[in-house]
Design a protein around this ligand. Sequence first.
Ligand SMILES: NC(=O)c1ccc[n+]([C@@H]2O[C@H](COP(=O)([O-])OP(=O)(O)OC[C@H]3O[C@@H](n4cnc5c(N)ncnc54)[C@H](O)[C@@H]3O)[C@@H](O)[C@H]2O)c1
Ligand SMILES: [Zn+2]
Length: 692
Amino acid sequence: MTTSPAVEALTTPAQYEAAIARVRAAARAYYGGDGDIAAESVMDDAMYDRELLAVAAYEQAHPGQAAADSPTHQVAAGAAPVGDVAHTVPMLSLDNAFSAEQLTAWGESLQRRLGRPVEGGYTVEPKLDGAAIAARYRDGRLVQVVTRGDGRFGEDVSHVIGTVDGLPERLRTPATVEVRGEVLFTQAQFEDANRIRAEHGAKVFSNPRNGAAGTLRAKDRPYRLGLTFWAYGAVDLDGGSFLPAGAPHSEVLALLSAAGVRTTRDNPAALRCVRTIEEAQARVEEIQAMRPSLPFGIDGVVVKADDVAEQRAAGFGSRFPYWAIAYKLPAVERTTRLLDVEWNVGRTGVLAPRARLEPVELDGTTVEYATLHNPADIRRRDLHIGDTVTVYKAGDIIPRVQAAVVGLRPADAVEVPLPEACPHCGGDIDRSQERWRCVKGAACRLPALIAYAAQRDCLDIDGLGTTYVNALVASGAVADIADLYTLDLETLSRAAGSEKRGANLVAQIEAARLKPLSRQLCALGIRNTGRRLSQRIAAHFRTMDAVRAADAEAMQEVEGIGPEKAPGIVAAFAELAPVIDKMTAAGATMTEPVGEGAGEGPLVGEDGRPMKVVVTGKMTGPLAELGRTAMKDLIERAGGKSGDGVTAQTAYLVAAPSAGGKPSSKAIKAEQLGVRVLTPEEFADLLGDLLD
Ligand SMILES: NC(=O)c1ccc[n+]([C@@H]2O[C@H](COP(=O)([O-])OP(=O)(O)OC[C@H]3O[C@@H](n4cnc5c(N)ncnc54)[C@H](O)[C@@H]3O)[C@@H](O)[C@H]2O)c1
Ligand SMILES: [Zn+2]
């Protein structure tokens, strides 16, 4: 699904060495190995992972030429700052899987190592995107905190004791134990941290992970930043009196939780025990679905063998244990180039900047625009046109520009220019607040909005030319679109200069009022929704009430509205609530007649709307040859709509019975929601001759 930045296969020793140098330089910047505390990545993770895979592929193909100190077999690519505190047991990294197939392959390799099936089951827990630490407790008191470092030696960062939520200074039991886990900024802590840093004139952190890693290592900052901890393991240091020998992973974490440490069990995406890899995969998908709503970053899901004896039997490589794997989720942060900053004037006259970017693949979608807040914020982030910037996307929120990678700034980069006059009307700008606005306020855009609404393919009020509109706005008779519907003959005659023209306008406005919902939507002039999209929204929802009730997810069911546009459109409807109420009160039509835009076919519902169909797994029988796109086409030709996830609105789930007899996670969901599940054969029957 996600396309990745291309990395050429390495074919010569020179290319191989150059790739290693790039990986190492990126890793040094990433882990702060150059001694720079507020480390700044020069490559994004997706690119880094691709480069590292290319190095590994070359080493597989040319085993004799692999460098002894290759980043492929060193923790942190051998580039993290190493301290002088020896670890009790090495702190390793994790092997990665990027697909269900790779997770299955890992399960099979684990079985091969054990020489029999895994009996103790697996745990599935979030992979928190922060920095790893080992926290040593003696008799229940936290005495030392150490970073991962190179896995064998770490840095003493005990100065953070007392500032990390979830890592208490005292346990509820006098245990002597080393707790291992991840330290990070939650989203809220990250925003606080950047606010505090801005107040102290310090550079803002480019992302929560780098910020947390830098904060761990910074010993004498004049301010304190709150961090959060989640434990994902422990090392017994008192001969089994706190952690019984042989306690499975899940039980170790339960004991830590009981002792007062926050663990991956105490998390909205909590650790679960499962029996099979299929169940693990289903839980991975659940956690992935939760990701946008989590108040902190995760970059994957970790699956581990729960049983300690099985862990021991599987063993370790130089870089990672064989009994655990990180299922990586698509990147939510990428770096790309800032091409330009555009300024739009909002309905109330606010000047809103947005960044135009070199298109980049982020969390499964291509991103070309990102939010910027206001001029002061642009200056705080020290953004230049031409900069390489980090772009961050949490859930379905519009992506935002986080920071510039100052180290990569080209010589000809220029500070982002700020507007000198209103970009819409050319008038003066009120700069008294952080958000700049046109001094005309709402009146800045109103004449243009009304002229737009009056066009033929919108409300079609032919006689309402620019001069009359300006007169109506200037006299105060019209302050929004809804006011058009309440204008009387006298006011219109005055604006138009004669009673005859006034009467003509009254008749046209009366006709406009009766136009269907799609035209009324168009007249609202919502950014990103032209005439066509207004038609689709109206055909999909049928009533204004349904449109207003739709959240971003529901809005995306309209063809042509993706995760990028949906939140802005939903927000615009909310903002326009008073105008819509006024239009409704003035008698404007707020429904769309069935027929207009409604389809025909076996997948058209009784209400004339397309039925939602979700397809999962490989097709069989008469549909065996059809891939994803062909199935989607077929569903649409039948008048339906294809969707990715099973929801209460899904009409059918088409699923081949799985080979192992185990229902897929979608099938389980369908059953829970009472959605009908059809075999490919049954579905083919339903479609009838559409298949030929
Ligand atoms: N952008 C760059 O330039 C750059 C450079 C180096 C590394 N990286 C990124 O860093 C990652 C590799 O770094 P890594 O070797 O530190 O490994 P990693 O972060 O991918 O995975 C290992 C770490 O995961 C952490 N973790 C979080 N939750 C866990 C859980 N529930 N159970 C166990 N461990 C858990 C542990 O700290 C462990 O050390 C890659 O994703 C790579 O893209 C990026
Ligand atoms: Zn203006």
